[in-house]
Each structure stands twice: as C-alpha cells, then as structure tokens.
Design a protein around this ligand. Structure first.
Ligand code: G3H
Ligand code: 13P
Ligand code: ZN
Length: 311
C-alpha cells in the first residue's frame, strides 16, 4: 500500500474516540519493531522523523525504509516530519515523499508562528501533504534545545482557534503539561495534565484533531533493566497511561512516542550484551532490541491508544 496522509486516520480516530500512535524512527530495527506490532494488531500508524533523524539516517534511507514497511504490511502508514524547524525543511520533506509535515513555530511570536505555518500549509496542501502546527511550549529536550518547566506555557483555547483559522493547519499540537524526554515528573510528584484546556478546545473546534507530544509513559521495568545492566538512569516518571486513554477519548487523535522506544531498545541491548559478553554479531544483539520495541508498541496500540483493528 502506498503511504497515506493522516486525514482519514484522524477523522476515524476522532469519531471512534481513539488515537493513532506516532512513533519516532531513526533506523531499520525501529521501523520494523513498530510496524510488526501495527501489523499484528491491524492498526494504522504514523512513523515520524525529526530533523536529527534525517541528519543521522539521511532522508532517502528513511523514506525507503518506511515505504518498504507500508508495502510489506499493507497498512495505512503516514510518514511525518516531527518538529520541522523551518519552511525549507518542510519543503524538502514535501518534495521528498513525506505525506505529513509538522512546522514547529512554537518558539516564535504568535504572529510569526502564524506566518510560517501558513506558508508551509500553502505549499504542502498544493502538493497533497497535510500539516501539523504547534502552539504553546512543552518543557523538556527537543533536538538538543532544553526548555525548563518554568519556561513552558500552556496553550490558550482562544489562540488555538485563531491559529487554526488563520493558518489552515490540519492538526494542532498543544501544551497541556506533557514534556519531551524521560524525565517528565519528579519521583513523588503528582502528574497532572490540563484536561480543561483540551475539553475547551474540543468544544470550540469540534472534529478538529489535536496532537499530544511528549507522551511517553516511561516503563519502570525498562528503567530498572537499564540500571541493572550497567546503565545510570535517574528516577524517571512519565505520563500515566490512564491520562493518555482519557486524552484519546477526547479530541487527541495523534499521540507522540519516542522516549519509550529509546528506553526499551537500550534496556534490551544492555541486558543482551551483559549476558552475552562475547557476542559481536549486530543481528544477535539487535534482535531482542527490535522485539522489545514491538512489545512496547503492541501494548500502546492495544491497551492505551485503542487503534487496534482500525486499519
Ligand atoms: O520531540 C523530539 C523527538 O523525541 C525527536 O528527538 O530530535 O533527538 O530526534 P530528536
Ligand atoms: P517523548 O519524549 O515523551 O517520547 O515525546 C516524543 C515526541 O513528542 C516527539 O515529537
Ligand atoms: Zn514532540
């Protein structure tokens, strides 16, 4: 099956009260780990690449790998640019086979964010590609830029409506208390998301798909596994799964996960290499890493996002 945009996926997800998982990919094992889970569960899926992923793996390899996965699985798969930093990067991805791009103007002024997002929307729509915008600032680390919790701010529903109307974006990432990376909340801290903002946006723009970034749950068993086999991850708390289920039943149609995949991959690799110190065949140590990614993604799709059986 050729790559698809997120248009139909989001419409069905909104109406069905579930969400589509958007997982970051950087290499073949990650692409295969994710898409094997989606295939097993007959789920649509979004594979997304950041600017750093394009730098690491190169655009051509990423597109070819994701196309191969779509052909092999026959699933509806969208290839999405995650946190597009500027118009040129978005244009490169539109021209180079992506079916969806994000323009992240969240660090700009409201007016400048509107201007650059509108420019990307005009170009992308003319080429059959959909666009995600972002309004509000998440705490955490993104492409080596660190935003502290104090500098993060929540999305205003008034601004969200004005932004969508003026730019014509197809979906919008909002800030309601999630953050990027493995360390979202301190141990003992009560994780809290601003569901009132999400509810208000849902009421004001019925049917419009909202995106949740920074949504990894940070599996405590995987953190323990990393530390048991020589790693040093400080106590880390992610977004509770119940909150993600609640968001998926509301206006959230796309839930972004990267850290959970990194943590699973690292945990499996560390365990395998610690237990098999003489092994030097990458196929041997990457197999458990790929398998644990599949396990994590299966759990997300089936037990949290609810997109199983919706392909
Ligand atoms: O939100 C950012 C994603 O986790 C991508 O991270 O820029 O290190 O590839 P990256
Ligand atoms: P996590 O760091 O919580 O996995 O978030 C990933 C993300 O939002 C990618 O855009
Ligand atoms: Zn993000």
């Amino acid at each position: 099956m050729p790559l698809v945009t997120t248009k139909e996926m989001f419409q069905k997800a909104y109406e069905g009260g579930y969400a589509i998982g958007a997982f970051n990919v950087n290499n073949m094992e990650i692409v295969q780990g994710i898409t094997r889970a989606a295939k097993k569960l007959d789920s649509p899926v979004i594979l997304q690449c950041s600017a750093s992923a394009r730098k690491y793996a190169s655009h051509g390899y990423l597109v070819a790998m994701v196309k191969a996965a779509a052909e092999e699985t026959g699933l509806p798969i969208a290839l999405h640019l995650d946190h597009g930093p500027d118009f040129e990067t978005c244009k490169d991805c539109v021209d180079g086979g992506f079916t969806s791009v994000m323009i992240d103007g969240s660090s700009l002024s409201f007016e400048d964010n509107i201007a650059v997002t509108k420019k990307v929307v005009e170009y992308a729509h003319a080429h059959g590609v959909v666009v995600e915008g972002e309004l509000g600032t998440l705490a955490g680390v993104e492409d080596e830029v660190q935003v502290s919790a104090e500098d993060a701010f929540y999305t205003s529903p008034d601004e969200a409506c004005e932004f969508v109307e003026k730019t014509g974006v197809d979906s919008l990432a909002i800030a309601i208390g999630t953050s990027h990376g493995a360390y979202k909340f301190k141990p003992g801290q009560n994780p809290e998301l601003k569901f009132d903002i999400l509810e208000e946006i849902g009421k004001r723009m019925p049917g419009f798909p909202i995106v949740l970034h920074g949504a990894s749950s940070v599996d405590q068993n995987h953190i323990k596994m990393i530390n048991e086999y020589g790693g040093k991850m400080p106590d880390a708390i992610g977004i509770p799964e119940d909150m993600l289920r609640k968001a998926a039943a509301m206006a959230v149609c796309k839930i972004n996960v990267d850290s959970d995949i990194r943590i699973a991959m690292t945990a499996a690799l560390r365990k395998y290499l610690a237990e098999n110190p003489t092994q030097f065949d990458p196929r041997k140590y990457l197999t458990p890493a790929r398998d644990l990614i599949t396990e994590v993604v299966e759990h997300k799709i089936k037990d949290v996002f609810g997109s199983n059986g919706r392909a």
